[in-house]
Design a protein around this ligand. Structure first.
Ligand code: PEP
Ligand code: MG
Length: 746
């Protein structure tokens, strides 16, 4: 194909399709394909290397190399020229292979006779499948046209591999998407779940990569692109009065949708014999390969826009992906690259679990999954390429492990574990209505954290004595525009109604840092966790805070009301916030609205500085709640969202416990009610230690109340307090080992 023409390229594809239509087993098909390609391109060699596992490529068929080396010759990713093509997803084209950088001689193949080498990646939507190579004796560079032609063929091979065309008798190939896979991610919400894969954005399956009539395909592509453009224009119109950032993204979409280069390449692919959808996917695969190499975040985002656009186009062309949640399988486990809190809420409690390829423990999706008590694993690399809709899947939210299409043995072990957890749950429900009184007669109040309407039924079922932390920002995060005062008042009223007089601590809006409202202009800060967030935003721009305070007072409608301000770092901030409450009260009074019967106003202690605030602050504040998640991150200077450093410092580290003890002492001396509402309150060992050093109110996820209570009922806090003191005197870094010894003896 040295002077290849488009029609020759098309002829080859048609021959390939005929080869596929035959009833040979997988290996015979693959052999036939290599023969056809070598013949059509006029090269002595054509070989197909496919991945055996993530790291190893295997020669699976060849025309021209020694046939004994088939299924024998293997190389690692990055090794030799073939390994290089696979690793970087880039073409290698050289007239002098033995002299090329990275060449590795494989004597069993007999390839020393061949001088020129052209290798192209076989890849499908970011999934690396293998490498297609042609070689010839003659020392020459392959022309751009030949490279292009081979890429088109590689695309077809990728589609065929995906469709399982090379699997079958006589083939040493294992089928894609059928083996069991274990993926390790990060645990973002505990719990175990078994179910079936539900892809948030299902993979489009292309059954017709080769087309007969390029004119028809061209028309199909143009029609689809027109539909896409109209769609993007519509999105732009809708958001015309909207947010500037969003407009910019849509403008970028429009630019791509009208991009001449993108269109031209796809038209060229079609003229070489690909169907319209195969042409779109070829461009998409190449964009994904580029995406994995690009460091620049702006460029990466643009490439990801292009990826998104290609997905839309594929859906238009194939009519696939228009599934609705009505088609959810039994026990659905949601798989997505990433997902916003709004989308996740739409699925709601119908999901058994969620696995995200990206995402982080502190992401909004994680907050929602936690609120919904759905096991969540984030950072599970390759999950979206590996999983197919309906696959059997098991999610271990404790360990952050995902078993996709598990073997029977794994399934059995996993079910045993789930059964044990269910038994434990039964045990917990039997103590639901008992107060948490320790062996030495001390009572600990167990409350729950909430933030969504979906949490309210847990108030009954968990046995919580109230809501110790209601994260009001969740209601703001799940919307795409600022909620109105009346809307909020209705929501807060429902919360108070569900509480039937139990205490509900409403925390005012805690946004900023990782919690970014889609409808508020984002601030570009070098350290958002230390930046303009929570009460700092509330005081600088008091409009929203005032609206929220009013909504709370109206919801209370004369009943007792508890308000807590987040992230207070110094006395003055509390005073200023408190003054806003007074102003709102005054306004409500003037308007003739009923005022709360009792109004309790407190603060979260989330920065070390507040532990050292003047005595007067402790006297004035209505109550304090320790936000251990933030307090710990600032105390140890370790980002709570950074997996590398997050686990490095133990909550039971003596320095951290000393800080908590100091807060306890200061609160005791001023009669200031104190609670702890960070995640550690819901971890049984941490919880009993916090109780031992004097914290008598713990607020946690509803699912943690049972396990925490169960342990509290068995411990003697005085004894535990002594164990903690002794470990500290011995100079230990963490009291955990000593505490564990004590608990084991119980
Ligand atoms: C905390 O910081 O411990 C806390 C409860 O608040 P959030 O996790 O919402 O920041
Ligand atoms: Mg916090």
């Amino acid at each position: 194909m040295a002077d290849s023409t488009e029609s020759e390229s098309r002829k080859l594809l048609v021959r390939l399709r005929e080869a596929m239509a035959g009833d040979e087993a997988g290996q015979a098909r693959l052999d036939k394909i290599t023969h056809l390609i070598a013949d059509s391109m006029g090269t002595e060699v054509c070989s197909v290397y496919l991945f055996r596992d993530d790291e190893t490529l295997e020669l699976c068929a060849t025309e021209g190399l020694n046939t004994e080396s088939v299924h024998q010759t293997r190389m690692r990713m990055g090794e030799g020229l073939v390994g290089r093509v696979a690793k970087y997803g880039k073409v290698v084209n050289t007239p002098d292979a033995p002299g090329a950088k990275g060449f590795r001689y494989m004597p069993e193949t007999g390839e020393e006779r061949f001088s020129s080498f052209l290798g192209v990646p076989v890849q499908r939507l970011g999934e690396k499948l293998g490498v297609l190579v042609v070689q010839s004796r003659e020392e020459r560079m392959f022309s751009a046209d030949e490279v292009y032609g081979l890429e088109v063929v590689a695309m077809v091979i990728a589609e065929m591999t995906e469709l399982g065309a090379f699997v079958g008798e006589g083939a040493a190939l294992s089928p894609l998407h059928q083996q069991s896979v274990l993926l390790r991610g990060t645990s973002a919400q505990e719990g175990s779940a078994e179910g079936h894969v539900w892809l948030h954005e299902p993979r489009v399956v292309i059954t017709n990569p080769i087309a007969d009539d390029p004119h028809r395909e061209m028309e199909r592509l143009i029609e689809a692109v027109d539909e896409l453009r109209v769609g993007v224009d519509k999105m732009l119109e809708v958001s015309l009065d909207g947010d500037k950032e969003q407009m910019q993204v849509l403008e970028a979409y429009r630019m791509f949708a009208n991009s001449k280069g993108w269109m031209r390449r796809m038209e060229e692919d079609i003229s070489r014999g690909l169907s319209a959808e195969a042409a779109v996917e070829k461009e998409q695969s190449q964009a994904r390969a580029r995406m994995s190499q690009v460091q620049d975040s702006y460029l990466r985002e643009r490439l990801s826009d292009l990826d998104d656009l290609s997905n839309r186009l594929l859906r238009i062309l194939t009519g696939q992906g228009a599934t609705s949640s009505a088609d959810l399988p039994v026990d659905p486990i949601l798989i997505a690259r990433n997902i916003g809190p709004g989308d996740l809420l739409e699925y709601g409690r119908s999901l058994r679990g969620v696995v995200l390829e990206e995402g982080s423990v502190g992401s909004h999706a994680a907050i929602v999954a936690r609120a919904l008590a759905i096991p969540l694993v984030v950072n599970a690399k390759r999950i979206t390429t590996e999983a197919l809709n309906g696959d059997h899947i098991m999610v271990d939210g404790e360990q952050g492990v995902v078993h996709l299409r598990p073997e029977d043995m794994v399934t059995t072990a996993f079910r045993d574990k789930m059964a044990m957890q269910a038994k434990a749950q039964e045990r917990y429900s039997s103590i639901r209505d008992r107060p948490a009184v320790t062996k030495d007669g001390k009572t600990v109040n167990l409350m729950m954290n909430a933030g969504l309407m979906a949490d309210l039924p847990s108030l009954e079922s968990s046995g919580a004595e109230g809501v110790g932390l209601f994260r009001t920002e969740l209601q703001f995060l799940v919307r795409n525009k600022m909620p109105k005062r009346t809307e909020l008042a209705v929501l807060y009223k429902r919360v108070l109604d569900a509480g039937h007089g139990k205490r509900v601590v409403f925390r005012t809006l805690d946004i900023g840092s990782d919690k970014v409202l889609p409808y508020m202009k984002p601030t570009d800060e070098p350290n958002p966790a230390l930046g303009w967030r929570a009460i700092r935003v509330g005081l600088d721009k008091p409009g929203v805070m005032r609206m929220q305070l009013q909504a709370l007072m109206r919801a209370a409608d004369g009943r007792p009301l508890t308000i807590m301000f987040p992230f207070v770092a110094q006395f003055e901030e509390y005073r200023a916030a408190r003054a806003e409450v007074e102003k709102t009260l005054e306004r409500e009074r003037r308007l003739g609205h009923p005022l709360p019967e009792v109004l309790d106003v407190g603060a979260m202690l989330e920065t070390p500085s507040l532990a050292f605030a003047p005595q007067k602050f402790f006297e004035e504040v209505g109550f304090l709640s320790i936000g251990g998640n933030d307090l710990k991150q600032f105390f140890f200077a370790a980002d709570r969202e950074n997996e590398r450093v997050r686990k490095r410092y133990d909550t039971l580290n003596v320095s951290f416990l000393s800080l908590i003890e100091r807060i306890v002492e200061r609160c005791e001396s001023t009669n200031t009610p104190l609670s702890f509402c960070g995640e550690d309150a819901g971890r049984p060992i941490e919880a009993v230690c916090l109780a031992a050093i004097g914290i008598r109110t713990l607020s946690m996820r509803p699912a943690s109340i049972g396990p925490v209570k169960s342990l509290l009922l068995r411990v003697d806090l005085d004894a535990l307090r002594k164990i903690i003191a002794d470990a500290r005197h011995r100079g230990e870094q963490s009291v955990r080992p000593a505490v564990m010894d004590y608990l084991r003896d119980l």
